[in-house]
Design a protein around this ligand. Structure first.
Ligand SMILES: Cc1cc2nc3c(=O)[nH]c(=O)nc-3n(C[C@H](O)[C@H](O)[C@H](O)COP(=O)(O)O)c2cc1C
Length: 179
């Protein structure tokens, strides 16, 4: 598949077959995730394959389907990394390095992970709506490591339809923003 095919055919997959996903495949996704650009190496990943752990995560998101995926990858950000003394970001304004950079760092990694999944025939769904405290507790994140997203990973149960997107002319301006 070309990169364009991977990008334009990826869809959120919310139903999975029972076929297991190998540890090698999950490791491949995580390996590709870490190659994404970063402001700081704050990204943390926990791969959850045991039923009890997946059930806790599904409850935290109030979405039963995520427990049906063979593996759920919880993506967290170690927000303390940005506060380390001597860090280049320490000199910058606090809002940016604490509030915006770790969101971008994790988002870039998640996109790499999801596109790699398409390449190797796996389906994923970005889950951003959940009770943070419950997810942190379920995977054992310490204070300062903030759960950002959960990504269920499995073999898609059915073919996905092509996605729709806003037309370029609606979302792009040249030189200056026009509404
Ligand atoms: C930041 C973010 C949070 C999301 N949270 C959820 C979620 O909590 N539950 C869910 O089912 N999908 C979630 N999604 C997936 C979107 O609904 C989906 O990407 C969007 O509808 C476009 O569809 P597509 O991924 O099939 O192209 C999230 C996506 C993003 C980027």
């Amino acid at each position: 598949m070309t990169l364009e095919e991977i990008i334009t055919t990826r869809r959120s997959v919310r139903s999975y077959t029972d076929k297991p996903v190998s540890k090698e495949a999950i490791t491949k996704l995580l390996d590709m995730a870490r190659w994404a650009p970063y402001a700081s190496e704050c990204r943390r990943f926990v791969a959850v394959a045991e039923a009890d752990g997946k059930d806790l995560l599904a409850k935290a998101a109030r979405r039963d389907f995520i427990a049906t995926a063979p593996v759920i990858i919880v993506v967290g950000a170690d927000t303390e990394v940005f506060a380390e003394k001597g860090s280049v970001w320490h000199r910058w304004d606090a809002y940016k390095w604490r509030g915006l950079f770790y969101i971008q760092d994790t988002a870039a990694a998640i996109q790499n992970l999801m596109l790699t999944a398409v390449e190797i025939g796996l389906g994923t769904c970005w889950i951003g709506s959940f009770n943070e405290g419950d997810v942190a507790k379920a995977v054992g994140f310490p204070a300062g490591v903030r759960p950002v997203a959960m990504i269920p990973v499995g073999h898609p149960a059915k073919p996905q339809k092509k996605a729709e997107r806003a037309p370029l002319e609606e979302i792009v301006s040249w030189e200056k923003y026009t509404d």
